[in-house]
Write a protein that binds this ligand. Structure first.
Ligand code: NAD
Length: 338
């Protein structure tokens, strides 16, 4: 059993911990927390061994009645691989800790690409992480775009991608984020940083992205235009090709899903943990072909689409399985594909 430590137990970290626990070939060595808050109580309730990040706050955990297994240093020493899910920029500061223990580590998309040897997407470049000690699992938006682009690139070739990203203002627990009554160009500069981030996975891809931020916490929505090199026989052919991809969910018109609210409702009805949607949700009706120009709209659940990618990245860096085997096992154990 591979022992996985989780350093940074927030939105992404707690989901990755639960996903690790549901795999047959790995277990959670423990999770590291800064403060003894409700999330730490949840981790204790879930019986994850808890490790303190900050030695000065150990007393606070004891006062809250939360038992500690040790410090983050001990967690890293006891782990075969660490998933660093700390806030943007902290992962880079943590890298010397992993180096000191000679422990491979995964970082998240909030870090600069330079934090790791490889920027990772399970569908696009699983094998590239095989020889790496440090891997960055790309952000929610980059993951969503990479999954869509990969099969299209393989089958038709891509001349250019243009995408407008309508981004959620914050996650549901980010009570201070906004806007609360506006639609903000974010960033105002064009192209946004998302296109170059996709190029960390597909270096040759010509892609421009534009970003906006709106008052919702639920999901991001992408309006995508891909100019293909080779014209497909029909839009149906593209639709069938995308349907073969387990992490792309095609939403039929009859389902009556008109936005992120109904998607989240569906996820809760389906018994998904925390109402998570690990797949890209592509509106079937939006798939349109005008000559070599393909259009579609997709919703991306920012809190969870990177979770299966982290599981696959763990297997890639540790050599547990090859890409197709890992993706299949991850999908089966999590229940991906509604
Ligand atoms: P978060 O704030 O929800 O969780 C981060 C956790 O790390 C918190 O519990 C925080 O207390 C803890 N922490 C802070 N400093 C720490 C330290 N020095 N050591 C250990 N733990 C520490 O953040 P998040 O949304 O889970 O984001 C984590 C990473 O994942 C970021 O790089 C982010 O860009 C990326 N990401 C986030 C989302 C998203 O939508 N939330 C999606 C994809 C990727």
């Amino acid at each position: 059993m591979l022992r996985v430590g989780i350093n940074g137990y927030g939105t992404i970290g707690k989901r990755v911990a639960d996903a690790v626990r549901s795999q047959p070939d790995m277990e959670v060595a423990g999770v590291a927390k800064v403060s003894p808050d409700y999330v730490a109580l949840g981790a204790a309730e879930a019986e994850y061994p808890l490790y303190a990040v900050d030695e000065d706050r150990i007393d606070g955990f004891h006062e809250a009645g939360i038992e500690l297994a040790g410090t983050v240093d001990e967690l890293v020493a006891d782990s075969d691989v660490v998933v660093d899910a700390t806030p943007s920029g902290i992962g880079e500061q943590n890298r010397p800790l992993y180096e000191r223990h000679d422990t491979p580590a995964l970082f998240q998309g909030g870090e600069d690409a330079t934090v790791a040897e490889v920027s990772f997407n399970a569908r696009a470049n699983y094998e590239e992480a095989a020889d790496a000690d440090y891997v960055r699992v790309v952000s929610c938006n980059t993951t969503g775009l990479s999954r869509l682009v990969a099969p299209i690139h393989e089958d038709y070739g891509i001349e250019k991608v243009r995408t407008t990203l309508v981004r959620r203002g914050g996650d549901p627990n980010q009570t201070g984020r906004g806007p609360i009554n506006d639609a903000l160009p974010d960033p105002v500069s064009i192209p946004s940083h998302h296109g170059p981030d996709v190029q960390t996975v597909f270096p040759e891809l010509d892609i421009d992205t534009i970003g906006l931020k709106v008052p919702t916490t639920m999901m991001h929505v992408h309006a995508v235009n891909i100019t293909l090199e080779e014209e497909p026989d029909s839009v149906e052919a593209v639709r069938e090709r995308l349907r073969e991809e387990n992490r792309l969910l095609l939403i039929p018109d009859y389902a009556g899903i008109d936005g992120a609210g109904t998607l989240k409702d569906l996820a809760l009805d389906a018994g998904r943990p925390r109402g998570d949607i690990w797949e890209n949700c592509i509106w079937e009706e939006s798939l349109t072909l005008e000559g070599k120009d393909l259009y579609c709209m997709q919703a991306i659940h920012q809190e969870s689409d990177v979770v299966p990618e982290n599981i696959d990245a763990i297997r890639s860096v540790t050599g547990l399985l090859d890409g197709p085997e890992s993706r299949t096992l991850t999908d089966e154990t999590l229940g991906i594909g509604l």
